[in-house]
Design a protein around this ligand. Structure first.
Ligand SMILES: [Zn+2]
Length: 179
């Protein structure tokens, strides 16, 4: 007998993928994964330019088939000018919980010429673990330099997430709003 297939909405697992890039710009602070890194240039963009948080946010939104980050937080909307990207991530997490899912794990790759991410990866993982409400052992951060890509003046981030049905099996957004 062939295995039974479930409709997409009732899947035990959902996968999500996000990608983002921002150009380096002098005179703005560099923020990656919610952590301020000491560097002469930051990332330009309408918000704080946090390329890693944007990729993870889009991965979470995509996993629950929600609108993408640019649709929810339009770059032409003045209220998001200079915004802390943690706000975008929180909205994606709210939508994920509303859909009845929790994060199984997150993996990511940063591609940038400078600064070196290795020395900061531990701090970024710790911070992401707080923002995402998961253990740092569920978060992968990898970094590469853009060999032969000609993107030395940009930071690029890829993120993949795996969601699983919430262990409580219920939608928990109400509880979160009561905080
Ligand atoms: Zn972005």
């Amino acid at each position: 007998m062939p295995p039974k297939t479930k409709p997409a909405a009732a899947s035990t697992f959902r996968i999500g993928y996000g990608w983002d890039s921002h150009e380096f710009k002098a005179g703005v602070p560099l923020k990656i994964g919610g952590i301020a890194l000491d560097h002469p240039k930051g990332l330009g963009g309408h918000s704080d330019g946090d390329v890693l948080l944007h990729a993870i946010t889009d991965a979470l939104l995509g996993a629950v088939a929600a609108p993408d980050i640019g649709t929810l937080f339009s770059p032409s909307d003045p209220q998001w000018k200079g915004a802390d990207s943690a706000v975008f991530l929180e909205e994606a997490l709210r939508r994920m919980k509303d859909a009845g899912y929790e994060i199984a794990n997150v993996d990511s790759t940063l591609i940038l010429a400078e600064p070196k991410i290795g020395p900061h990866a531990g701090r970024i993982r710790q911070h992401l673990s707080k923002l995402l409400g998961i253990d740092s052992g569920q978060i992968g951060i990898k970094a590469k330099t853009p060999e032969g890509m000609g993107t030395d003046n940009a930071a690029i981030a890829h993120a993949a997430v795996l969601l699983q049905k919430s262990s409580s099996g219920e939608h928990r957004s109400q509880k979160k709003r009561d905080r």
